[in-house]
Design a protein around this ligand. Structure first.
Ligand code: FES
Length: 202
C-alpha cells in the first residue's frame, strides 16, 4: 500500500492509503474518543464523537474521523475549541438517554459537559449499534437488531435466535458503552425462555 503523509496535531504522521483518519491517529498514538467504532467492524459513523477538524487545500471542515480517509498533506486537529464544543454537546445529548453510563460520565468529565443540560429521557441506550453490528458482522448470528424508527428506535434481542446462541456468547455485553445490551438480553431471557440458566450481572 502506498504511504500517505499527513499532519495530526502538529506532528507529521505516515499512514497507508485507504486508512481512515482515526486509524492513522491511533497508529500514531493520538487518542480520539469513539463510541460506535470497533476495530473488527465496518465503519459506521453514527455517534459523531470522533469528529475532528481537517484542513485541506485551504479549506477547514469538521469530519467524522472513523470514516474520513487520509489524504496527502491533510492537516488534522483532534482538539480545538470547536471540536471540544461539538463533543461536549454530543455527550450532553447522550447523557439525557444514558445518564449512568460510566463511559459517558468519563467523557462528560473530560469535556466539561453539563449532565443536566437536556431533559432526561432515559432509554439507557446510545444507539451506537455495536451489539447489533458485532452480532451480525463478527458472529454472523443476527440475534439482536434495531426495531422501530426515529425516537422509537431501539435494540432488541430476537427471542428465538437469542435462546439458541446468546447463552454461550454474550460478547456484545462487554462492548456496550452503557450495559443496555446486557439488560435487554436479560429481559428477553426472563420473558421468552425463563427456564434457561439465568445470566447474572457481574
Ligand atoms: S466513532 Fe466515529 S462516528 Fe462514532
Amino acid at each position: 500500500m502506498s504511504a500517505t503523509t499527513l499532519q495530526i496535531d502538529g506532528r507529521e504522521v505516515a499512514a497507508d492509503a485507504g486508512m481512515t483518519v482515526l486509524q492513522a491517529a491511533r497508529q500514531a498514538g493520538v487518542n480520539i474518543p469513539t463510541l460506535c467504532h470497533h476495530e473488527k467492524l465496518e465503519a459506521y459513523g453514527g455517534c459523531r464523537l470522533c469528529m475532528v477538524e481537517v484542513e485541506s487545500r485551504g479549506k477547514t471542515s469538521y469530519v467524522v474521523s472513523c470514516t474520513y480517509p487520509v489524504e496527502q498533506d491533510l492537516v488534522v486537529r483532534t482538539r480545538s475549541e470547536k471540536v471540544d464544543k461539538i463533543r461536549r454537546v454530543i455527550v450532553e445529548e447522550l447523557m439525557a438517554h444514558a445518564p449512568d453510563s460510566p463511559e459517558l460520565q468519563r467523557l462528560a468529565y473530560e469535556y466539561g459537559a453539563d449532565r443536566n443540560r437536556f431533559e432526561k429521557e432515559p432509554i439507557f441506550c446510545v444507539m451506537c449499534g455495536l451489539c447489533v453490528r458485532y452480532c451480525a458482522e463478527v458472529k454472523g448470528e443476527h440475534a439482536v437488531g434495531f426495531i422501530g424508527n426515529g425516537p422509537r428506535r431501539e435494540i432488541s434481542f430476537i427471542p428465538k435466535r437469542a435462546a439458541q446462541v446468546c447463552w454461550d456468547c454474550q460478547e456484545c455485553f462487554t462492548i456496550c458503552p452503557t450495559s443496555y445490551a446486557q439488560a435487554a438480553y436479560m429481559l428477553t431471557e426472563a420473558l421468552a425462555f425463563p427456564g434457561r440458566r439465568r445470566t447474572t450481572l457481574p
